[in-house]
Write a protein that binds this ligand. Sequence first.
Ligand SMILES: C[S@@+](CC[C@H](N)C(=O)[O-])C[C@H]1O[C@@H](n2cnc3c(N)ncnc32)[C@H](O)[C@@H]1O
Length: 310
Amino acid sequence: MPRTDNDSWEITESVGSTALGVAAARAAETESADPLIRDPFARVFLDAVGNGVWSLTSDPGLASKLADIAPDAQAYRRVMVDFMAVRTAWYDQIFLDAVAAGVRQVVILAAGLDARTWRLPWPDGTTVYEVDQAKVLNFKSVTLQGSGAQPRAKLVNVAADLRHDWPTALREAGFDASKPTMWSAEGLLRYLPAAAQDLLFERIDSLSPSGTWLATNLPDKNAVDPGLLSSRRELSQRFHAAAAQVLDAEIPDMEELWYPEERTDLTAWLGEHGWDASAIGMADLLTRYGRAVPSDVELPPVDFVSARRS
Ligand SMILES: C[S@@+](CC[C@H](N)C(=O)[O-])C[C@H]1O[C@@H](n2cnc3c(N)ncnc32)[C@H](O)[C@@H]1O
């Protein structure tokens, strides 16, 4: 279903289901022969919701049926798993670097089913604020509490829409804008209109004293290249047609969920606002972690931006 300005979702619906897609890739990576990351909680979330389009990534039996029907679908699935593996590893390292540098306040924007609060070895005194829509956070809390998992930092859930006034909700939850923070916005920005993305970073900027860290990923210039955009849509449509056949169910069109708009050059913008920012592209990140770089059409059009304010 197309997006609207105030849309909201359950974990299995619309943008909520993209968090399950990420969890499925993390589960597949965790359970692979030589995993780059280990996220045992990803499987806990998948078990709680049952089958859906995400299962084509996390269930080897369904994945092989998919490959029989659409041979290029298997390559598409492999790329998604590698993408999420290197993305997770990249963010993990920045979180660990930030706390090693003394940061004790962490804000995970669009936390979804990111289990870092349960996975990473946070130093004593760390508080993690997880911001996402209410129904997503509720699913996550109920599922992890039911599994007996314990967060490894002080966890504060902040139910808010990141297109609206989330800073007020964050402050009311105890966030202290005078303290250095580690901010992350992982897998979020393509689901925000470009103007909402700009506003998000203006707000982060205004809440960030020196010593603050930031990590995010966003569509690169190829994301709106008309030729690549239409080839990528064809590939995704073939994947979804095959997925519908394997699951014998209607599959929502995930391509309708994101905003293919020109975006601000975030690295430059951060530089102009007193941050020391740098970016790495998808192909370079795959190479850094020893993963294969696929063709331009299969390569997710993503840049990874990290920044520090000194
Ligand atoms: C692709 S998932 C990524 C989740 C998590 N960051 C990860 O990498 O595992 C996108 C997440 O963004 C959240 N999200 C997207 N738009 C949002 C908005 N306007 N307000 C709050 N959360 C939003 C969704 O609910 C979902 O959890």
